[in-house]
Design a protein around this ligand. Structure first.
Ligand code: SF4
Ligand code: SF4
Length: 348
């Protein structure tokens, strides 16, 4: 599909019109944090932004969603609830597009989850390339998620007064068809894009001492590292790291009964492997009781298990967990310490 070039002023007018006609979400500054939320006009979009407090996956896996309604009686009647609002999400960073590709692989290709799939069909993904590092906690370059070549409808690159638009799907092409001022990208435009990418590549440096595809081996070798005990002593088990992570998707399922004791609903809600009750079984025991085991489990999910199962990065290097952690547990430091220390040595 042919890429396009559009003056920024025309793009902003286009966003204004879209936002007056349908739900458009974008990163908006709210105090010190940036959140994806519905906008009414382009000027509400934050200009320079760190990764949002919560990732855009919240539009596909809401914090709490009803799965079905039921009525108790001689037979239990059940009806699925599929709430899938149409939404255009603007300004998704490449790391988050990689995370959404992982969620698609899990919830659509592997699990055939109807609720996720219904939301996914009605969401339009408009990415925004990163041309400079967010801060010292992001490590997308090391996880090879700085560049994205698929899983978006449109991908924008800010070239000053103009925006380069890569069209990634028929949905993106149709959305963009309504934009006046856009024209086909020419050779000179591609040259400008290439120069922007060269400057970007010079600005990003590797933060990990291992490549992302060496992480599974490193973590397997480090199963008995005493570093896990050190991290377990520090960790507060608050679950903030998993709540903000774009590749975390674990949920709990519960039933709510109405006051009539006859009708109710089944819901699912976010859960966290860092919480004490997560691994509790019916007899009351938890098979991951020590905090060290939970921290080790999370970082193995991110660097090893998901890669082994799905062949994709389980961590996209966004740095959200490190920014959210009150005791500074940072995957960059953990992976680099594991790399630098023999597995049997204490790291203090
Ligand atoms: S583990 Fe941390 S850095 Fe990796 S994707 Fe999750 S929040 Fe981002
Ligand atoms: S945010 Fe930090 S303290 Fe809280 S559970 Fe995660 S690693 Fe532990």
């Amino acid at each position: 599909m042919l890429d396009r070039m559009v003056p920024k002023a025309d793009l902003n007018r286009f966003i204004d019109r879209l936002a007056s006609e349908q739900t458009v979400a974008a990163p908006v500054a709210e105090g010190p944090s940036i959140r994806f939320q519905a906008i009414r006009a382009a000027h509400e979009i934050a200009e320079h932004y760190l990764p949002t407090a919560l990732p855009p996956s919240k539009y596909l896996l809401p914090v709490k969603e009803t799965l079905l309604q039921f009525r108790l009686g001689e037979h239990i009647e059940m009806e699925p609830v599929l709430e899938a609002p149409e939404v255009i999400v603007f300004g998704i960073r490449p790391c988050d597009l990689h995370a959404l590709a992982l969620l698609d692989a899990i919830f659509i290709d592997d699990k055939h989850d109807g609720h996720y799939a219904a939301r996914r069909r009605r969401i339009t993904l408009v990415g925004m390339e990163c041309l400079e590092p967010c801060d010292d906690r992001c490590f997308c370059h090391s996880m090879e998620t700085l560049e994205v070549h698929a899983n978006y409808d449109l991908l924008l690159t800010d070239l000053g007064d103009d925006v380069y638009v890569a069209v990634g799907s028929p949905k993106g092409r149709d959305l963009f068809a309504g934009l006046t001022g856009a024209r086909e990208a020419l050779y000179e435009d591609r040259t400008r894009l290439r120069r922007a990418h060269e400057a970007r590549d010079a600005a990003f440096t590797p933060r990990l001492d291992v490549s992302f595809d060496q992480l599974p081996g490193l973590l397997a070798e480090s199963a008995d590292s005493l570093l896990w005990d050190v991290l377990g002593e520090k960790c507060l088990s608050c679950g903030a790291c998993t709540n903000v992570c774009p590749t975390c998707y674990c949920f709990d399922v519960g039933d709510e009964l109405d006051l009539d004791l006859a009708t109710g609903r089944r819901y699912r809600t976010w859960d966290s492997c860092q919480l004490d009750a997560f691994a509790m079984v019916g007899t009351g025991e938890s098979f991951r009781k020590p905090r060290a085991m939970r921290v080790k489990h999370r970082l193995n999910r991110k660097g090893r298990y998901i890669m082994e199962r799905y062949g994709r990065q389980g961590c996209v290097g966004c740095g959200r967990c490190a920014r959210a952690c009150l005791v500074d547990i940072n995957p960059i430091e953990v992976f680099n310490q594991l790399k630098g220390q023999p597995a049997s040595r204490t790291v203090r």
